[in-house]
Design a protein around this ligand. Structure first.
Ligand code: SF4
Length: 96
């Protein structure tokens, strides 16, 4: 799973950081960014702003996206992780 944030839509409320501080952080500009292996990816709109999510954090990242008031957390799931017939539904694989 990979995740990125559209900073243009971020409200800066920090809910994502509350849910998953290992993957999300707020910077001095008051906007959230993704973190990968402890490194902040602050290249909005760039390919280097997409973070790989460790499996143990996937559920927390999904929950962050669900509560995000800006609806600006975007999750990419590999097609191989989606079962037959689910590719168009946006369904995520079961956790655990
Ligand atoms: S929850 Fe969404 S709107 Fe709030 S800080 Fe995180 S990315 Fe921004």
């Amino acid at each position: 799973m990979r995740v990125w944030i559209d900073q243009d839509l971020c409200t800066g409320d920090g809910l994502c950081v509350d849910h998953c501080p290992s993957v999300f952080t707020l910077l001095e500009d008051g906007i959230a960014y993704v973190v990968e292996a402890g490194r902040v990816l602050n290249d909005p709109g760039g390919s280097r702003s997409i973070a790989e999510v460790p499996a143990r954090l996937e559920r927390a990242v999904v929950e962050s996206a669900e509560v995000c008031p800006g609806e600006c957390i975007f999750i990419e799931v590999p097609v191989s992780a989606i079962g037959p017939g689910e590719a168009d539904s946006g369904a995520l694989p079961p956790s655990g």
